[in-house]
Design a protein around this ligand. Structure first.
Ligand code: GRG
Length: 290
């Protein structure tokens, strides 16, 4: 591992906290936003960004911290909104009562809106040259927005109660979960200085990783307890969602997860053969296994 995870994650957390405190004058709204930010979470997207950046650079720059904060702000907003009664209607997230259970629905919606908007402000203030900054801003809007994560969520909600063909499920997974992961990996490369060809390779790597992440999430929903997950287990079944284990069976879903991870590893190998330091990305990929 070329960068130390904990000091980096502490810096990302401080950047999110500072942004919320400085940019929010309603105390209860700030409390609601900080509640979800500090509820824990694996911080996979910030770690992926830093690991991808460290293919190219030895030390983590403050711009990486700012961009990582922006992704985690958006990810946290998506979880708050996903848990709302109008969406997945969940009571537990990251081992704690969901935002709307503590602060009420209206404030939870606004906390999500606030985190989403703040993410773009934080990214716009990152110490990057203008070209990279605009590229990252555009990529974040595309991946989080109505062709990306929001599109995946809209399709997911409308598919409840329906048995989907695997290609449609993949389409939803690629957007709902895959796009923010794609942003993390690609933005790390862009800030680090990846060539166009390398960005295309990172893109493919991230798509495989994103699908693996969601297959793993589907499997954990079936195989784990609520306590282990920190969110309600077997929720996909309750909501009659199509998932990999439901469409393929648990064993086939596990094989598909392994296939995606192997293909991602093969792409990473190409970077290693070209002399890039891939240890940090490989170490984070270990978190994608069951
Ligand atoms: C636009 C109103 C409105 C809502 C949007 C887009 C959206 C809400 C929700 C989609 C996001 C979502 C719930 C995706 C599922 C992806 C997923 C596996 C999330 C869990 O990620 P982890 O495991 O969570 O990284 P932690 O808690 O570790 O951060």
């Amino acid at each position: 591992m070329k960068f130390k995870q904990q000091p980096f994650l502490d810096a990302v957390e401080r950047a999110m906290d500072t942004a919320i405190i400085e940019q929010t004058n309603d105390e209860r709204l700030a409390e609601s936003m900080r509640y979800s930010i500090h509820a824990g979470g694996k911080r996979i997207r910030p770690l992926l960004l830093a690991a991808s950046y460290s293919l190219y650079q030895e030390t983590i720059d403050s711009s990486v911290v700012q961009v990582a904060a922006a992704i985690e702000l958006i990810h946290t907003y998506s979880l708050i909104h996903d848990d709302l009664p109008a969406m997945d209607n969940d009571d537990l997230r990251r081992g704690k009562p969901t935002n709307h259970k503590v602060f009420g629905e209206a404030l939870a919606i606004l906390a999500g809106d606030g985190l989403l908007t703040l993410a773009f402000q934080v990214l716009s203030q990152a110490p990057l040259d203008n070209e990279r900054k605009v590229t990252c801003l555009k990529l974040l809007a595309q991946t989080a927005g109505t062709l990306g994560m929001v599109a995946g969520q809209a399709a997911d909600i409308q598919a409840e109660g329906k048995q989907l063909p695997l290609e449609e499920l993949q389409w939803i997974h690629a957007r709902k979960t895959g796009e923010l992961i794609r942003f993390a990996v690609l933005a790390g490369g862009i800030i680090g200085g990846a060539s166009q060809e390398e960005q295309a390779r990172l893109d493919l790597f991230a798509r495989k990783l994103g699908l693996a992440f969601q297959i793993r999430d589907d499997l954990l929903d079936v195989l784990s307890t609520t306590e282990e997950l920190g969110k309600t287990a077997h929720r996909d079944n309750d909501l009659q969602k199509s998932t990999y284990p439901q469409l393929l069976g648990i064993d086939e879903a596990k094989i598909e997860l392994a296939n995606q991870l192997r293909e991602a590893h093969n792409i990473l190998q190409l970077f290693a053969e070209n002399g890039y330091q891939t240890q940090a990305l490989a170490a984070i990929m270990d978190k994608f296994t069951l």
